[in-house]
Design a protein around this ligand. Structure first.
Ligand code: NOJ
Length: 475
């Protein structure tokens, strides 16, 4: 079902697990600032200590080995490496930390996939305008080149930016994530645009300066729900579904994989709403400049973060305010038959992943795909015997198998989110996504395997053995 070289992974992100927020010369990031303010995160919690992976990396490695992973996806904390975000000052202790992580992984035959940016911009760069500033593309490129140069002899799979949609929407539209701005209908498009420009610059740098000697691959992680019409017989719902996908998936996938520009329906809807609202400012959806390196073609594979699905219905304009929501003009609801797992947004629909994989294959000319995140959460009472979550993982992995075998989708790997329970952004520690439980109440942050972790390990072992047997019989 799964090829022998299939990547079996789990993922984490620096701010969510490392702790050591000001240890050994690390600079502050926007998440440090955000959490240290009041009333933004569940019970005013923060990632100050979290799983303390900065001190306890070896324990994480133990978990990785227990699972039998072939790959581990981690992110670098930009401000741990470059405290003010620039290469003017390199924090040697930060470099040493990631070198140890990478070297330990490789010594144990686990391949690293590294994300350069997972929501935690150095505060010093935020103070200069952050992602709203067009300068960020060049600044990010310098950081990316530093990472390729320093770690690229050992890291062969790179993600530039994780979920630009979430950064833009949650950070600048809804204000629920750092930097906590609520500039509706305007800033998210600028932030998304600068993230695409930054990603493209870094990809081109890799392509021209490092690819020949390092031989790795670079992409960006795009999150998307699967979406289907609430009423398949309704042409309004069909059109709304297309808009729903265009405004999440298409916003970042179209420029990089398909056309070099945003989906047409995004442009037309944003322009129309601007006119309707008498908006006088600069066009809200920016234009890619011909004087800059192209964004089209700047991904060596498709990196997909998938969690959930929606049934979509048409909706009239919502109120007089400019917003991403009213631009999109479509509403997603969950189906009553999809169980909700922990958080209200996470309706479980494993077939949704298979459908989305097929959609990516069909619309983007069959790229190689890594599922860089997929997972299920627990809230409230935590049960180490999380049989239900174990089942969801199994069902989802089977759908991935069908996508490969029956639909011919070129899926290269699957990363569960997450290796460990960790700091779930604005929900703090109230939401747990780990394959390993972490005791946040004690001083030791003890890790213990959930049943879902044990079952994932069995699944990996089973498919790897099967693939090994297949290889022998075809030889
Ligand atoms: C996607 C994000 O990349 C990750 O940081 C987050 O914890 C998971 N979604 C779960 O919400």
């Amino acid at each position: 079902m799964f090829p022998g070289n299939f990547a079996w992974g789990a993922a984490t992100a620096a701010y969510q697990i490392e702790g050591g927020w000001d240890a050994d010369g690390k600079g502050p990031s926007i998440w440090d600032t955000f959490c240290h303010g009041k009333g933004r995160v569940f019970e005013d919690q923060s990632g100050d200590v979290s799983c303390n992976s900065y001190q306890l990396w070896e324990e994480d490695l133990g978990c990785i080995l227990q699972l039998g992973l072939t790959h581990y996806r981690l992110s670098f904390s930009w401000a741990r490496l470059l405290p003010d975000g620039t290469t003017r000052h390199v924090n040697k202790k930060g470099v040493q930390y990631y070198e140890k992580v990478i070297d330990d992984l490789l010594a144990n035959n686990v391949l690293p996939m590294v994300t350069l940016y997972h929501f935690d911009l150095p505060q010093a760069l935020q103070d200069q305008g952050g992602w709203k500033s067009s300068e960020m593309a060049g600044i990010f490129d310098t950081y990316a080149k530093f990472c390729f140069r320093t770690f690229g002899d050992r890291v062969k799979l790179w993600i530039t930016i994780n979920e630009p949609y979430v950064c833009a929407k949650m950070g600048y539209e809804d204000g629920l994530f750092a930097p906590g701005l609520k500039e509706q209908g305007v800033s998210a498009y600028i932030v998304g645009h600068n993230m695409l420009r930054a990603h493209a610059r870094a990809w081109h740098s890799y392509d021209t300066l490092y690819r020949a000697t390092q031989g790795g691959a670079v992409s960006l992680a795009i999150n998307s729900d699967w979406a289907e019409p609430l009423d398949p017989a309704s042409s309004e719902d069909m059109a709304a579904t297309q808009r729903y996908l265009a405004f999440t998936f298409g916003w970042f996938a179209w420029p990089v994989f398909l056309t070099g520009d945003y989906p047409g329906v995004m442009r037309s809807n944003v322009e129309r709403r601007s006119k309707e609202q008498g908006y006088q400012g600069r066009p809200r959806l920016p234009t890619f400049s011909e004087d800059e390196p192209s964004v089209l073609g700047t991904a060596d594979f498709f990196a997909l973060n998938y969690y959930t699905s929606r049934k979509v219905k048409a909706r009239g304009a919502c109120g007089g305010m400019l917003s991403l929501d009213s631009d999109r003009d479509a509403e997603g609801v969950t189906d009553a038959s999809w169980p909700v797992c922990g958080v209200s947004w996470l309706a479980v629909f494993p077939e949704g992943l298979r459908n989305l994989l097929r959609y990516i294959k069909d619309t983007l000319n069959g790229p190689e795909i890594y599922i860089t995140e997929n997972g299920f959460s627990q809230v409230g009472l935590v049960d180490l015997e999380d049989v239900q979550r174990a089942g969801y993982y199994l069902d989802t992995i089977q759908e991935v198998g069908k996508a490969i075998q029956e639909d011919g989708v070129d899926v290269r790997g699957y990363f569960a989110w997450s290796l460990l329970d960790n700091f779930e952004w604005a929900s703090g520690y109230s939401v747990r996504f780990g394959l390993f439980h972490v005791d946040f109440s004690g001083a030791e942050q003890k890790r213990s395997s959930y049943v879902s972790g044990k079952e994932y390990a069995k699944t990996i072992a089973k498919y790897r053995t099967q693939a090994g047997t297949d290889d022998l019989t075809t030889e």
